[in-house]
Design a protein around this ligand. Structure first.
Ligand code: NDP
Ligand code: ZN
Length: 352
């Protein structure tokens, strides 16, 4: 089978590989559509998870099942499925401890295009099919379905990590597709005020659609100065980080009220240390919490988030700004994600 792969750090290309083998609990699927992720850019060009050779890329997409193992109960060839970017081993101790995304070790629930071949190929392998796949609701199209793999669950996880409560004032740093879903999630959770950080006009427009009230440009002075001015010197209750660098934590801590929480879902592709400002962290006693997390995956999560889209409560259609048709466009779509032109939010390639 053919696949589009990371050949080594900084290099991508088409390769031929053997079709994956289906274990008793697994499924083999063929992608119906795939989306490109900023994480692919970190992985390929920053080597952020380490060097990988001839690893097929892609962890966002929807698919048709072509084969299932003998123990799979709920899926059969021909089923159309949502595929989470994170596919934990549900019988692992980490999953039993509540952190399925780290099943088998740090970030090891993230298998596609990290520890094994991903979705950008004619066929791909899904471990624990009953635990990880979800039936695709009939009224969701394949492009929108791609947003359920990673953008919706990751953006929403930022909201969970920051523990957004009714009436909270929330700062969302970064309004690419992930941050946009954090804005949408914070709005759904009852934030009274959402301040968003980002400059691309298309993203600002979408952030307004999802419920952002005010905007800050990180290019016009520090984020914390602007937040403190907007909040009468008090700061916000919660911060979600979905963009920026290792230095963004400094601004986040300074923008936060005592007792506030920071939920980070940004993939820190470079830099060695994250520093916390001593004074604004209450000289160690400010009750300001910082949590960073990989999105939870799995079937239940996919079914619930899929229901939000199929019921019309969450409209993900503004995210896919660039939709291509056919395998040949995968390299172009990846390059777009690397270049981030002003009008781009998310590129999707239809393959059915
Ligand atoms: P984008 O690059 O599309 O968006 C990044 C956002 O951050 C943009 O709004 C950008 O502003 C803003 N930004 C850039 N630099 C700064 C800065 N110095 N300070 C503040 N804001 C800044 O990324 P995505 O939305 O696609 O992804 C966001 C992150 O989430 C990525 O790192 C991605 O790898 C990660 N991720 C994490 C996952 C998880 O499970 N935890 C899963 C999937 C993705 P501008 O408008 O100016 O471009
Ligand atoms: Zn992704």
């Amino acid at each position: 089978m053919k696949g589009f792969a990371m050949l080594k750090i900084g290099e991508v290309g088409w390769i031929e590989k053997e079709r994956p083998i289906c274990g008793p609990m697994d499924a083999i699927c063929r992608p119906l559509a795939i989306a490109i992720c900023t994480s692919d850019v970190h992985t390929v060009w920053e080597g952020a998870v380490g060097d990988r050779h001839n690893m097929i890329l892609g962890h966002e997409g929807c698919a048709e099942v072509v084969e299932v193992g003998e123990c799979v109960k709920d899926f059969k060839p021909g089923d159309r499925v949502l595929v989470p970017a994170i596919t934990p081993d549900w019988n692992s101790l980490e999953a039993q401890g509540g952190y399925s995304m780290h099943s088998g070790g740090m970030l090891a629930g993230w298998k596609f295009s990290n520890f094994k071949d991903g979705l950008d190929s004619e066929f791909f392998h899904v471990n624990d099919a009953d635990g990880n796949l979800a039936h695709m609701p009939e009224n969701i199209n394949t492009v929108d379905a791609c947003m359920l793999s990673d953008m919706v669950p990751t953006g929403f996880h930022g909201v969970e990590l920051a523990d957004v409560q009714f009436g909270d004032e929330v700062l969302v740093i970064g309004i690419g597709p992930v941050g946009l879903m954090s804005v949408a999630g914070a709005h759904m959770r009852g934030a009274s005020r959402i301040i968003a950080v980002g400059t691309r006009p298309k993203c600002v427009e979408a952030a307004k659609f999802y419920g952002a009230d005010e905007f800050i440009s990180y290019k016009n002075g520090t984020i914390e100065e602007q937040v403190l001015e907007m909040t009468g010197g008090k700061g916000v209750d919660k911060v979600i980080i979905a963009g920026g660098t290792v230095d963004t934590f400094d601004s986040a801590v300074k923008s936060l009220k005592p007792g506030g929480k920071i939920g980070n879902v940004n993939y820190l592709g470079s830099g060695d240390m994250i520093s916390i400002p001593r004074v604004e962290w209450g000289v160690g006693m400010g009750h300001k919490q910082i949590v960073g997390g990989l999105m939870p995956g799995g079937r239940l999560r996919m079914e619930k988030l899929g229901a939000l889209v199929s019921s019309g409560k969450l409209d993900v259609s503004p995210l896919a700004t660039h939709v291509f048709d056919g395998w040949d466009y995968i390299p172009e779509a990846l390059q777009l994600m690397k270049d981030k032109p002003a009008e781009l939010i998310k590129p999707v390639v239809k393959l059915d």
